[in-house]
Write a protein that binds this ligand. Structure first.
Ligand code: NDP
Length: 457
């Protein structure tokens, strides 16, 4: 039974307790929102260039603590050190990018008879950010930093399993000189602190990242208050590999093994043209065998553990021991380990082929031709990301236009850059984060018409 007043943070690689943290109650959330409302009024009055200067200073402090943040992420989330270093750098870089946005939050001047018409982007007020455990630091940053740059205050609820890097970021913000209570982190349970944030009338917007099931509930609760919401939800993304592709690059297993597969963009449906299916199977078998799974703090490790015993049970439920599969290896003993796995005899309508597993497990599915590939790629309620591998440029363009997903890459497995928009089609979400429009998602557009008519003669 979990303690309603306390969160216990476990190291997923050892099952040892890393920290215990007080869990915020509904009253704590309400008090934090009152403080945030006050802090936001002052912040919105700060000149954009000064806001930008403070955020750049925050970036410098994050940079100075990047290694510490990365090692904390390794301990609380089991991320490999290499990934965690990238994540700390991502938080720093997004701060710098968002800081520039504060100075470029431009309105428009629209021709109108009898006067001037101008638009302004005004901050919303207090923004509530609810983050998951799979990328605790970057996702906290993506929701919070553009919101701050646009003149809002932020109250962030991290996942109960991974509150530590978010708490550290909030402390570093203060150290950098950001006003008190502008960026508050309230660790707590989703069903208490999370719901309280969603239901609070003075929280002007919710940014939620997590499962589609919880996202649906968040959206329903926001609807009661007509509260805007950004949802970054699940995925079951396709990796479409045509016979003419560079198979070794196309079948890089880190397209679905990165972060032990706990990645909403993981390309977990490996769609391979049937004429090269046997070759693809061989490439994948060799690649899985070479994956170094183990202590995430070791620089040589490429894949760490799953986040929790519960998550491992969930992943296991998709992989019966006798399922035809290619398998890598994983450590025994303490830690929530699961071997890299590719299921090779799933039907496209099987549970493993349709549901987000959120573990190091992909399914291999053959297709016949381009039309069949597009049909299979789109045969999912999700639409977050995907890859297309072919040397035929025309086909690459046709397929990337036909696949209904928010983030596609051609002859590449990349998904996320802080300067390009990120988000999903269909049940993968609503709205976009990051990219050049990140700040405007945290503003209301105000239109003001100024009459140039003189006083009546
Ligand atoms: P959830 O969607 O339940 O959790 C995400 C965040 O929402 C956490 O901070 C959580 O708090 C909070 N939360 C939970 N319930 C509510 C609520 N009713 N109101 C407001 N906030 C709430 O994900 P789970 O951790 O339960 O993971 C389950 C599955 O979801 C995974 O196996 C995976 O398939 C998917 N998932 C997908 C993610 C993605 O990025 N697409 C990220 C995480 C999970 P708390 O931690 O206390 O539960």
């Amino acid at each position: 039974m979990s303690d309603p007043n306390e969160l216990t943070v476990l190291n997923p690689a050892t099952e040892e307790i890393v920290a215990t943290v007080p869990a915020a109650s509904e009253e704590d959330v309400a008090a934090a929102v009152v403080r945030a409302v006050r802090a936001q009024r002052t912040w919105a009055a700060v000149a954009p260039a000064d806001r930008a200067r403070l955020l750049r200073r925050f970036a410098d402090v994050v940079d100075a603590h990047a290694e510490e943040l990365a090692r904390l992420e390794v301990r609380e989330a089991g991320h490999t050190l290499g990934n965690a270093r990238w994540e700390a750098g991502n938080a720093r870089d997004l701060l710098l990018y968002a800081a520039g946005g504060a100075e470029r939050l431009l309105g428009r001047q629209i021709p109108a008879p009898g006067g001037w018409d101008v638009t302004f982007h005004e901050p919303l007020g207090v923004v509530g950010v609810i983050a998951p455990w799979n990328f605790p630091m970057p996702i906290a940053a993506w929701g919070s930093f553009p919101a701050l740059a646009a003149g809002n205050a932020v109250v962030l609820k991290p996942a109960e399993a991974t509150p530590l890097t978010a708490l550290r970021l909030a402390a570093l913000a203060l150290e950098a000189g950001l006003p008190e209570h502008l960026f508050q982190v309230l660790p707590g349970y989703g069903t208490t602190a999370g719901r309280a944030l969603v239901d609070h009338p003075d929280v002007a917007k919710i940014v939620f990242t997590g499962s589609t099931r919880t996202g649906r509930e968040v959206m329903e609760r926001c609807a009661r208050l007509v509260k805007p919401v950004t949802l970054e939800l699940g995925g079951k993304s396709p990796n479409v590999v045509f016979a003419d592709a560079d198979l070794t690059a196309a079948l890089d297993p880190f397209s679905f093994l990165d972060n032990c597969g706990q990645d909403c963009c993981a390309r977990t449906r490996v769609l391979v043209q049937e004429s090269v299916l046997d070759e693809a199977r061989d490439v994948l078998a060799d690649a899985l065998a070479a994956v170094v799974v183990g202590d995430p703090a070791d620089e040589k490790t490429r894949m760490g553990p799953l986040i929790s015993a519960r998550q491992r049970e969930r992943v296991r439920s998709y992989v019966p021991d006798d399922a035809p599969a290619l398998r890598g290896s994983a450590p025994d003993g303490p830690g929530f380990w699961f071997p890299p796995t590719v299921l090779t005899a799933e039907r496209p309508d099987s549970r493993a082929a349709r549901e987000e597993i959120f573990g190091p497990v992909a399914v291999l599915l053959p297709f016949t031709d381009e039309q069949d590939a597009v049909r299979l790629a789109n045969d999912t309620p999700y639409g977050l990301s995907g890859s297309v591998w072919t040397k035929d440029l025309g086909r690459a363009l046709r397929v990337s236009q036909a696949v209904r997903a928010g983030n596609l890459s051609v002859n590449s497995h990349s998904s996320v850059r802080y300067w390009t928009p990120f988000g999903g089609f269909k049940q993968s979400g609503l709205g976009r984060e990051l990219g050049p429009d990140a700040l405007t998602a945290f503003t209301e557009t105000k239109n003001v018409f100024i009459s140039t008519e003189g006083p009546a003669q």
